[in-house]
Design a protein around this ligand. Structure first.
Ligand SMILES: Nc1ncnc2c1ncn2[C@@H]1O[C@H](COP(=O)(O)OP(=O)(O)OP(=O)(O)O)[C@@H](O)[C@H]1O
Ligand SMILES: [Mg+2]
Length: 429
């Protein structure tokens, strides 16, 4: 994976690069990857970095992102929410053959009836090899008028829908200055037959097909996102149908990418759902991220690495991110300040790097923004050391916050006020 403003973390980025490659060759459907590492080491950044690669492929590989905690707030069961995310991440490329008529307009002749209400007409259209006369009905005449088609235009007519598109003007008419606007495009008069077959492809996700076919929801739910639960019968019918289309060569399945951030927030039911789904026939590539060490699996009393059950871990390829060296932190802070249009003195950069090492990269990044606001307040375009110092005292980092709490613990409500041995019972006056 190339840099994209990312610094260091070479190992992890190389691994991500391999994954992009595998996605391109659609080799790892049904695989799952875990990006594991301490907080703010760029896990989310690396996973999101895959997206532009998919886009530059010009491809239609779907990419879905889900923050694990989202599934608890939706108005559907956890597993349904996961299922929908899975199916959003699987694309179906549908091939369609359409018949078109493509050629240069020789003449359009429109006859109005005496009352002017009904129209009839004739269209002469040619290629370099042939010329044909078509009768025009009201609808086609309107369509031609709408597209402002005149003799000398190269047009294409979709036979099924009657849709007309103007491809440009014929080279032969290049000297017809009247009929031209500044952006006129010239094209060659087509060769061969007037009628042609053309293959078109559309890609939709399985989820979109589900919603459109689920009678209770209707396709408008796609826009509101209010899809509710979709019956499993609907899904299995769709899977069968798509299986048939695949056999007949009418459709291709494109496994996409599902990114589940903060995956330790899922619980044991979700994990077993994922386990099973990974083994299914239609599965996307799942990328998860977690910053947990050995911790309890949600919904159980067991502890496990990254908060994931061992049987799921066993199916995962694990990429790990590590903490940054001072040089890398400096580099990241420099890039960050450039992005935010903040000018830092070199002294400030050093201090921020130090803060980044001792507290966290995130905190140092936050300080850039705050220090900049403080500098702007005293009408300075450059952020100096005193601005950072001020920001550092105004906003404390996590470690200082913990220390502060330990020092003044008895002033806070802890919920233990009524316990017998509580050091200082709550005073009721
Ligand atoms: N290698 C890097 N190069 C440039 N910027 C980085 C790099 N790593 C992290 N950052 C920046 O640091 C911040 C934190 O990174 P990110 O959100 O990806 O961390 P994370 O590993 O997902 O952390 P968490 O576990 O807390 O979710 C982001 O603003 C990101 O842009
Ligand atoms: Mg993250």
């Amino acid at each position: 994976m190339s840099s994209q403003g990312m610094v260091g973390q070479l190992q992890a980025r190389r691994a991500a690069g391999v994954i992009v490659q595998m996605i391109k060759e659609s080799k790892i459907a049904g695989r799952a990857i875990l990006i594991a590492g301490p907080p703010s080491t760029g896990k989310t950044a690396i996973a999101m970095g895959i997206l532009p690669f998919l886009l530059t492929l010009g491809s239609d590989v779907p990419f879905t992102m889900l923050a694990a905690s989202e599934i608890y707030s939706l108005e559907m069961s956890k597993t349904e929410a996961l299922m929908q995310s899975f199916r959003k991440s699987i694309g179906v490329r549908i091939k369609e053959e359409t018949e078109i008529i493509e050629g240069e307009v020789v003449e359009i002749q429109i006859d109005k009836s005496l009352t002017g209400t009904t129209k009839q007409g004739k269209l002469t259209i040619k290629t370099t090899d042939m010329e044909t006369l078509y009768d025009l009905g009201q609808k086609m005449i309107d369509a031609l008028n709408r597209e402002k088609v005149v003799a000398g235009d190269i047009i294409s007519i979709d036979k099924a829908s009657g849709k007309i598109s103007k491809l440009g003007r014929s080279f032969a008419r290049a000297r017809d200055y009247d009929a031209m606007s500044a952006d006129t495009k010239f094209v060659q008069c087509p060769e061969g037959e007037l009628q042609k077959r053309r293959e078109q492809t559309h890609t939709v996700s399985l989820h979109e097909i589900d919603v459109i076919n689920s009678r209770t929801q209707g396709f408008l739910a796609l826009f509101s996102g209010d899809t509710g639960e979709i019956k499993s019968e609907v899904r299995s019918q769709i899977d069968t149908k798509i299986g048939e289309w695949k056999e007949e060569g009418k459709a291709d399945i494109i496994p996409g990418v599902l990114f589940i951030d903060e995956v330790h927030m899922l619980d044991i039911e979700c994990f077993s759902f994922i386990n099973r789904a990974l083994e299914g026939e239609l599965a996307p590539i799942i990328i998860m991220a977690s910053n947990r060490g050995i911790t309890k699996i949600r919904g159980t009393h067991y502890k496990s690495p990254h908060g994931l059950p061992i049987d799921l871990l066993d199916r995962l390829l694990i990429i790990s991110t590590s903490t940054y060296s001072p040089d890398e932190i400096r580099e990241i802070l420099k890039i960050r300040s450039q992005e935010e249009d903040v000018t830092l003195t070199s002294e400030t950069v050093e201090t921020l790097t130090k803060i980044g090492q001792e507290t966290s990269l995130r905190y140092a990044i936050h300080l850039i923004t705050i220090a900049n606001l403080i500098a702007l307040k005293r009408s300075s375009q450059t952020v100096e050391l005193r601005d950072v110092n001020r920001a550092y005292t105004l906003f404390i980092d996590q470690r200082r916050s913990v220390k502060y709490l330990q020092d003044v613990a008895e002033n806070y409500i802890t919920g233990k006020e009524w316990e017998e041995n509580s050091t200082r019972p709550m005073q009721v006056s």
